[in-house]
Write a protein that binds this ligand. Structure first.
Ligand SMILES: *[C@@H]1O[C@H](CO)[C@@H](O)[C@H](O)[C@H]1NC(C)=O
Ligand SMILES: *[C@@H]1O[C@H](CO)[C@@H](O)[C@H](O)[C@H]1NC(C)=O
Ligand SMILES: *[C@@H]1O[C@H](CO)[C@@H](O)[C@H](O)[C@H]1NC(C)=O
Ligand SMILES: *[C@@H]1O[C@H](CO)[C@@H](O)[C@H](O)[C@H]1NC(C)=O
Ligand SMILES: *[C@@H]1O[C@H](CO)[C@@H](O)[C@H](O)[C@H]1NC(C)=O
Ligand SMILES: *[C@@H]1O[C@H](CO)[C@@H](O)[C@H](O)[C@H]1NC(C)=O
Length: 413
């Protein structure tokens, strides 16, 4: 980790860069493409700028968060960020509370950091008309990812001999203790993050359909990691955003050596059985997702997906001279771009910026900035803006509002 002083210096350098870069020069290189949207045409309406993104674990949600942070910066939106005592997450795994939000980030238009969803508290915090969005991932791949990412945190995984996922799945109840620290990473993590009960008996056939109905009542869009570009196309249409608002580079990925190989149907079935609620939730939203794609029209969606991939490729070429090279964290020279590493066993790979031209380009830097650094940067920037406004009397003082978390919270994707 960087020293505090260094972080502050780096952030100051960034903030200065922000002030120098004129807003309008940002995307001038990008060709405007009015022909981009296809039938049924998007009604011309202003971009929607109040968004709550429930950032779930190990679901490509860091990439979505990065895209939303960049959108917020370009459109001068206030992003709700966690109070210092919550780390860079909203005191996850506790239920979200508006008290976890840093006072210098009030009142927010956008929220996108990890939390355990709590509908009433978010309603209190966010403006009326806020659009709620989240992302799910197919539970077999997701569990493999959770198992390897949190193997040093989650006691359920640490108890398993030789750290073997196969051994865990043979008899999960032998290693798993509900309600112990970090238990939420080992059992129905999606349902937990969405504010549901991960321990609810899967034999109760009414629970999951009712829960899915509640989720549908709140979230206007449930994206899927497996169909990431199609999800972004739906997001863009929902929010009336431009193509350049959904450009991305994939973030917070593991090195190939850190991934386990789930080739057996038996193992996959065991994972789905253990995470039965998540599996049903995913299947439900996979079905609704494909119905929505059909509503827009597959041709139209594919056309927009191609345009998105082309534009992401163009941006990557401009910033990195091609698809950026994934590197182990220690090989990344710019410390600000080094992703956090969950343990010595799992390598989270990141990017470095080549060439002096790209290094000075703020847009390229932000495109590959890991979650922890970007969150700190935004908090610093918004705090400065807040002080300049002299608005400190308007915001609530943080004193007495928060208890320090009982244990450090691991940084999630
Ligand atoms: C950005 O927002 C601040 C306050 O939230 C406002 O003072 C400023 O004028 C805005 N700037 C632009 C370019 O919209
Ligand atoms: C957190 O939320 C869950 C689900 O709504 C609820 O069952 C639980 O009691 C809440 N926990 C606390 C400490 O409020
Ligand atoms: C949101 O809507 C409710 C009811 O429609 C209203 O009472 C409340 O004042 C509104 N809040 C804001 C911040 O506009
Ligand atoms: C753990 O690994 C060691 C060496 O690979 C092996 O001898 C042992 O049987 C394994 N234990 C279990 C419980 O699988
Ligand atoms: C994964 O397992 C299958 C079957 O056991 C094997 O054919 C394949 O080579 C393995 N892949 C890797 C990357 O180890
Ligand atoms: C999602 O649903 C589609 C359409 O029914 C199906 O083809 C696909 O296999 C499903 N994806 C996953 C990951 O289950």
């Amino acid at each position: 980790m960087m020293s505090h002083k260094k972080v502050v210096l780096l952030l100051l350098a960034f903030s200065t860069g922000t002030l120098l870069l004129h807003q309008s020069s940002h995307l001038s290189w990008f060709p405007k493409s009015p022909a981009f949207s296809c039938p049924p045409p998007l009604p011309s309406r202003p971009k929607h700028t109040t968004v709550a993104f429930l950032k779930t674990h190990k679901t490509a949600s860091t990439t979505v968060q990065n895209l939303l942070f960049r959108f917020a910066e370009r459109h001068n939106l206030t992003v709700a960020l966690p109070h210092h005592t919550c780390d860079h997450q909203f005191c996850y795994p506790r239920n979200f509370s508006a008290r976890f939000v840093h006072p210098y980030t009030l009142p927010p238009q956008l929220i996108a950091s990890h939390m355990r969803f709590n509908r009433e508290e978010l309603r209190r915090l966010m403006p009326n008309g806020t659009v709620y969005v989240t992302i799910l991932r197919e539970p077999v791949a997701m569990f493999e990812s959770l198992f390897s990412y949190y193997n040093q945190y989650c006691p359920a995984f640490k108890r398993v001999p030789n750290g073997s996922m196969e051994a865990f799945l043979e008899d999960p109840q032998r290693y798993y203790r509900p309600h112990e620290k970090y238990a939420m990473y080992a059992h129905n993590t999606l349902v937990y993050d969405l504010g549901g009960d991960p321990e609810h008996s899967p034999d109760d056939a009414t629970y999951l359909p009712e829960f899915a109905r509640q989720v549908e009542g709140v979230f206007s869009l449930v994206m899927l990691a497996e169909y990431f570009d199609e999800s972004l196309v739906l997001l863009r249409r929902l929010l009336a955003w431009d193509l350049e608002d959904i450009l991305y580079v994939k973030l917070n990925m593991r090195s190939p050596e850190s991934k386990l190989n789930i080739s057996s149907a038996r193992l996959a079935a065991q994972i789905r059985a253990w995470n039965a609620l998540d599996a049903r939730l995913y299947d439900h939203f996979n079905a609704t997702f494909w119905r929505r794609l059909a509503d827009v029209g597959q041709d139209c969606v594919q056309k927009e997906v191609r345009a998105l991939r082309q534009a992401c490729g163009d941006l990557a070429r401009r910033c990195f001279g091609g698809q950026p090279q994934l590197r182990p964290a220690m090989q990344i020279k710019n410390k600000d771009l080094r992703p956090w590493q969950p343990s010595a066993k799992v390598g989270i790979v990141g990017y470095d910026l080549p060439g002096s031209a790209a290094r000075s380009d703020e847009q390229c830097l932000k495109l590959v900035m890991p979650e922890v650094q970007y969150s700190r940067y935004l908090l610093r920037k918004q705090s400065q803006r807040n002080r300049r406004r002299g608005a400190t009397s308007r915001v609530l003082p943080p004193r007495g509002l928060l208890r320090a978390p009982r244990h450090p919270v691991p940084r999630g994707i």
